[in-house]
Design a protein around this ligand. Sequence first.
Ligand SMILES: [Zn+2]
Length: 279
Amino acid sequence: MNFEATIPNPNAGSQEFYEVDGLKHCSLCHTPMETWVVFGHVRKKVSCLCQCKTEARDQRDQAFKARQQAERKKQRKVSHIQDPAMRRMTFEADNGACPGAIEKAKRYVAQFDTSCSENIGLLFYGDVGTGKTFTAGCIVNVLNDKGYNVLGTSLTRLRDDLPGEFESDRSRSQYYDRLAAYDLVLIDDFGIERQSEFTLEQIYNLIDARYKSGKPTIITTNLTPEQLKNPKNMAQRRIYDRINEMCSPMLFEGQSQRPARQKQKTELARKLLSPESRG
Ligand SMILES: [Zn+2]
């Protein structure tokens, strides 16, 4: 049997070679493309990878692994940070509009192990467009990249995902268990005005699930601490009490970023649509 013929030649192709002591050598890297292997009493010549082919293969493997890793990272981001816009909220993308808050957010991230074990939650409040969501988004993105089990979501999404009125108690409790398992949950845009009694009960349960988990929650809201301290009814009071206990309030001040961004966009649209513009 011709042993060499049974082994696929890894150097197959038009690789140039020369022979030294009966073994093919690569003309490029001058290392052997064949080697001797002993099978019982028989010595056989088999093909092997020369150095340049080995390096090329390792590079391909590395590139493949890097692609796999990037894909896993992307998938992880998609499943942990639900809003695509929130996934782009990173310290690198910061436009410097709220430096104080960003500095605090960086310190929070750097000391997250303590924040997590001590259950230090945060309540970002202040006017619309002052960077609350962006700052909170930065925190969950960094922690997600660091491998913490985080969830970046909004109250609307949480409520939409909740098992409905007619689903089993089991699926409901599984839902709350999942919520409790995260190291950190960001609930963006918290507001519970004009909610039905059933919804308020569900919101209480999900806030309570986080409370009982003993792990931090970050909430952004347009509600003021005064509103949070003066609920309109009993159902609101139960929810606000939990939030006040879990989260330290942090005021976001300053000019709303939205008019400036809108102005930029209007300007861009005007340029794009003007007769001088050639796409
Ligand atoms: Zn070679």
